[in-house]
Design a protein around this ligand. Structure first.
Ligand SMILES: [Zn+2]
Ligand SMILES: [Zn+2]
Length: 291
């Protein structure tokens, strides 16, 4: 019923994204799976008066042209969408199946009030299998009445996201394979922006897909190592290899006091905070501009 969203992987990223307009990325949430403050905790971060020390669960809203793409629907999605006044979602790109990235799925329903058209949900095959099992009433053959009109699209390479309002408009997106312990996770690249959360390793081929990134969002859990997330040192090392102009860390725990941690990071690596908006330039005319 749906056409394959895949596009050729032979085209280098700089060419594939040469015509992508500037991207505006809003970090809806920047906290680890518990959120910060942690329930019942009275540590100095959980009781901090600095609003940057309050972190909802990770998600990102990306505006490109007049389209809006959502990366993940965590447990705080409803509050995040109200806070940021998100009025349009053309598609969801899922990073992986863990609860802090998916359980807000049902709160997509209001986005079908004025537009019943299908909303594709892109995911790795393993992520899609879990979503299909856990949300049978949404993704199964006989959806519950009123369920969101979402459709899972398993992707294993670059694809194009169609607009839900304009038939001739689409935006190229590259899934970037990451490892989160043993769990395969997708980061996503749009134009010169990349969002890579929940990672403890980046495969070699994925580094190649990240050439030409201007603004990078990257997992950085806390200073101490962790088996399935980058520590700050590991995140900085990965950021160095990717070579973005600016890198912003997300998925932080309550071990991280924003003001102190930010001051200790290199000049081009920052701590993100909830609501932070990043303006990412397009490729300039050095790319292919044949428009
Ligand atoms: Zn997570
Ligand atoms: Zn705490």
């Amino acid at each position: 019923m749906t056409t394959s969203p895949h596009v050729s992987t032979d085209v280098p990223p700089a060419d594939r994204h040469a015509r992508t307009p500037p991207v505006t990325a809003t970090l809806l949430g920047t906290g680890t799976s518990t959120g910060v403050p942690v329930i019942g905790c009275d540590c100095e971060v959980c009781t901090s008066a600095d609003p940057r020390d309050t972190r909802t669960r990770c998600a990102c809203y990306v505006e490109v042209g007049d389209m809006g793409l959502l990366i993940d629907t965590g447990p705080d999605f409803r509050a995040q969408a109200l806070r940021e006044d998100i009025d349009r979602i053309d598609a969801v790109c899922y990073t992986h199946h863990h609860f802090d990235h998916v359980v807000g799925l049902d709160d997509l329903r209001p986005y079908f009030r004025d537009n019943r058209r299908v909303m594709p949900c892109y995911a790795h095959a393993e992520t899609a299998a879990v979503l299909r099992r856990n949300y049978d009433y949404v993704f199964g053959g006989d959806p519950y009445p009123g369920a969101a009109n979402v459709e899972l699209e398993v992707v294993d390479g670059p694809f194009r996201v169609p607009s839900r309002t304009a038939a001739d408009t689409a935006v190229p997106v590259d899934p970037i394979l990451l490892m989160h312990g043993d769990v395969p996770v997708y980061g996503y690249r749009l134009g010169r922006f990349a969002y890579l959360t929940d990672a403890s390793a980046i495969p070699e081929a994925s580094y190649e897909q990240l050439q030409g990134i201007d603004t990078l969002v990257l997992d950085g859990l806390r200073p101490r190592p962790h088996p399935t997330h980058f520590s700050f040192d590991e995140a900085v090392a990965a950021a160095r290899r990717i070579g973005a102009r600016e890198t912003y860390l997300v998925h932080m725990t309550h071990d991280v006091r924003h003001a102190e941690a930010e001051a200790a990071l290199p000049d081009d690596v920052h701590l993100a905070h909830d609501g932070l908006t990043l303006e990412v330039p397009a490729y300039d005319s050095a790319g292919q501009d044949e428009r």
